[in-house]
Design a binder for this molecule. Structure first.
Ligand code: SF4
Length: 229
């Protein structure tokens, strides 16, 4: 009896997962028509720059980070340049960024560790990247997906918001949401899915006033059904 119950529950779970998978694929299909070239807003030239910029972008707008980075990377071209610079100098060079003191320390420690562990080469896997100071899963996935073009689920605040609204996952914790999305979204679509949702979250599915009437996935959206449907 108990065995039959367990079997039934499992197949219901499988059906739900299948449904969510189909929904995720459909969302990618529709959003890629709207955003044919989805990308991060951070303007980087190589994985090293994106790694540093992603640390600087915590609680700061990408626009400010882009502006500061233009000058910053003329001076700091490789991890050794940051690792060997004094903290005072780094602080001065990123002073217009929120929490610049803490971030100067983090990027210096990150580059020192990068040299110590990986000879200054940016690793391409999450376990190695998250060993670096200041690098959590979101930053690591940004580098893996955004700079290397490898499969990565990037859960930043925009992706988190859109995923919640379209009811693909209810997880509040971004790392747990990432794990759920890894199950739902086919691996070959991980990066594209993340970048599409990120672009959609910035331009249409905004935090305060989402422009639902313009949205091409509104018929698939739980938030829309509840608030406007
Ligand atoms: S319908 Fe509205 S809330 Fe739903 S994804 Fe589109 S913009 Fe966001």
């Amino acid at each position: 009896m108990a065995k039959r119950k367990g079997k039934g529950a499992r197949s219901e779970g499988d059906r739900n997962l299948e449904e969510l998978r189909r929904k995720a694929v459909e969302i990618v299909k529709r959003l890629e028509k709207v955003y044919p070239n989805p990308k991060l807003e951070l303007e980087f030239e190589n994985p090293f720059q994106l790694l540093v910029m992603a640390i600087l972008a915590a609680q700061e707008s990408d626009k400010v980070v882009n502006k500061v980075s233009k000058e910053f990377f003329k001076k700091y071209k490789k991890p050794e340049d940051i690792a060997n610079a004094s903290l005072e100098e780094l602080e001065k060079d990123i002073k217009s960024i929120n929490f610049y003191r803490r971030k100067a320390k983090l990027i210096k420690e990150c580059c020192q560790k990068l040299i110590e562990l990986y000879k200054g080469e940016i690793p391409k896997d999450i376990e190695s990247l998250t060993k670096l100071p200041g690098v959590g899963r979101k930053t690591a996935n940004m580098v893996i997906g955004g700079a290397f073009g490898l499969p990565a689920i990037i859960v930043d605040r925009h992706v988190h918001r859109v995923v919640e609204r379209i009811s693909l996952s209810k997880q509040k914790n971004p790392d747990k949401m990432e794990k759920e999305l890894m199950e739902i979204v086919p691996k070959e679509l991980w990066t594209k899915f993340s970048l599409l949702l990120l672009n959609h979250g910035k331009s249409i599915c905004k935090a305060k006033k989402p422009e639902c009437e313009k949205c091409v996935i509104k018929d698939l959206c739980g938030y829309y059904k509840k608030s406007c449907g």
